[in-house]
Design a binder for this molecule. Structure first.
Ligand SMILES: [Zn+2]
Length: 455
């Protein structure tokens, strides 16, 4: 399998040197509910794990929670909620949202607040070797001492004023140095350390948690493209200085960011956030996942309702193909689906090319319907469809009925109508259509499947 490695700036053959493969993914800062951008990053690295496992490669995935941070402290102060209550509440909303999207939990979800010992130990190592220094109860990393600083992001010393701007601080030896430990400010949460009370800087946390749960080196380090600089650059600097194991991460894999139609970033400050919870009120988990996979993971994905609605229709068609009655069961002619698996694997082996993998799956769907109407045995085709969509984490289950699920209800009725039609039970099919009309739903049958709208 080939993966694009941000460190070398090229697609490289993934060479396994450990079993299981050690994967670290930067997780969320828990001060609010997760939005679709968070879902995108999590689903993509879950897919990378699932696909490697499909190819017979074991993976251990660690994805952290940053549960103490400036944003959390600020939000807690604004809302009058205790910072710890706020942060643990949103560990909960994150896990719940990912469960709703059928994302498998990582093997470990470490929380910064529970990892102080390894974090302080790692900072201690850096201070001891002279890579870091204490000043005024804080600890800073000496960026200029690091000869290969900038190798991941391609930033040179000329860009260092950017770092300085990100972390202005008069105590630093040099403006580009960054904080490993922040001395406590009045009223802020703190932990005791050899440098006095305080809390860790963001970058050191990931270095420490990766080291604790995966060792001095990881095989795949994931995160959004917006984390390359300074977060991941600083992780590289700290980890490699502390352990002398180079490279800290063998493959750096970064996902493109979610954009809104009109090319805006989805962000809290722009006020255009769609939470996972809200998205799941209108669309099935399968549809949201399919929509994510319709863009290559390194390109920006674009959110708009039309894309999501189209994904919902596509999922319905996959579901119909998986469940259509195999009228040719046991017939002499058998549909052979192995060529589709080959196309799927070729696409996914090429840096997780999900749009091409989906094209193979949609061709399979078409072929299943054609073979079915010709009385050919489609058991293998349907098995293959379930196998390949399973790798993508699609359940192909009917959406569940629930309080918010009138969309799901319509989908379920359409699926029933479709199977009635496949069984040539037109009386039932017409009955369901009439029921839908009485609910204010107009349906039209097209060669691409049935579409519906409210009238
Ligand atoms: Zn991180």
């Amino acid at each position: 399998m080939k993966l694009y490695n941000t460190l070398t700036r090229k697609k490289e053959e993934f060479k396994r040197i450990s079993d299981p493969v050690r994967m670290y993914v930067c997780g969320v800062t828990t001060y609010d509910e997760p939005h679709l951008g968070h879902a995108l990053a999590t689903v993509i690295f879950e897919l990378l794990q699932s696909y490697l496992e499909y190819r017979g490669i074991n993976v251990r995935r660690v994805q952290n929670f940053t549960d103490v941070d400036d944003k959390i402290i600020d939000r807690a102060a604004e809302t009058g909620v205790g910072w710890y209550d706020l942060t643990q509440e949103h560990v909960g909303t994150f896990l719940e949202a990912m469960d709703g999207l059928n994302v498998r939990r990582a093997d470990v979800h470490p929380r910064v607040t529970e990892e102080m010992e390894p974090i302080i130990e790692l900072i201690g190592k850096l201070v001891e070797s002279g890579a870091a220094y204490e000043a005024g109860g804080s600890v800073y990393y000496r960026v200029r001492r690091d000869e290969d600083y900038g190798k991941l992001s391609g930033r040179t010393i000329d860009h260092m004023d950017e770092l300085a701007r990100l972390e202005p601080d008069l105590l630093k030896e040099n403006p580009e140095d960054f904080a490993l430990w922040k001395a406590q400010k009045p009223g802020e949460p703190y932990w005791d350390s050899p440098w006095g009370p305080g809390r860790p800087g963001w970058h050191i946390e990931c270095s420490a948690m990766a080291r604790r749960y995966l060792g001095d080196q990881v095989d795949i380090h994931g995160g959004g493209l917006d984390l390359v600089f300074p977060h991941h650059e600083n992780e590289v600097a700290q980890s490699e200085s502390a352990t002398s194991v180079v490279p800290f991460a063998r493959y750096w894999v970064h996902n493109g960011l979610l954009r809104m139609a009109g090319d805006e970033k989805m962000s809290k400050s722009l006020g255009n956030v769609v939470t996972v919870r809200d998205a799941l009120k209108s669309y099935s988990a399968d549809a949201i996942r399919l929509w994510i996979f319709q863009s290559h993971y390194r390109s920006p994905a674009t959110y708009d309702d039309e894309n999501l609605a189209a994904a919902e229709r596509a999922v319905r068609r996959l579901r119909q193909a998986a469940n259509v009655t195999n009228v040719g069961a046991g017939a002499g002619d058998r549909y052979d689906a192995n060529h589709v698996r080959q196309r799927f694997v070729e696409a996914m082996d090429d840096d997780l090319n999900t749009p091409r993998a989906l094209a193979a799956i949609f061709d399979l769907t078409r072929e299943i319907f054609t073979a079915q109407s010709n009385g050919v045995d489609i058991a293998d085709g349907q098995g293959m469809l379930r196998e390949l969509t399973g790798v993508l984490g699609l359940t192909l289950e009917e959406p569940q009925l629930g309080g918010d699920a009138d969309v799901a209800e319509v989908e379920a009725m359409l699926a029933k109508r479709e199977s009635a039609r496949q069984e040539r039970d037109f009386a039932t099919a017409d009955e369901i259509r009439d029921q839908l009309i009485s609910m204010g739903i107009e349906i039209s049958d097209t060669p691409q499947g049935t579409t519906w709208r409210r009238v």
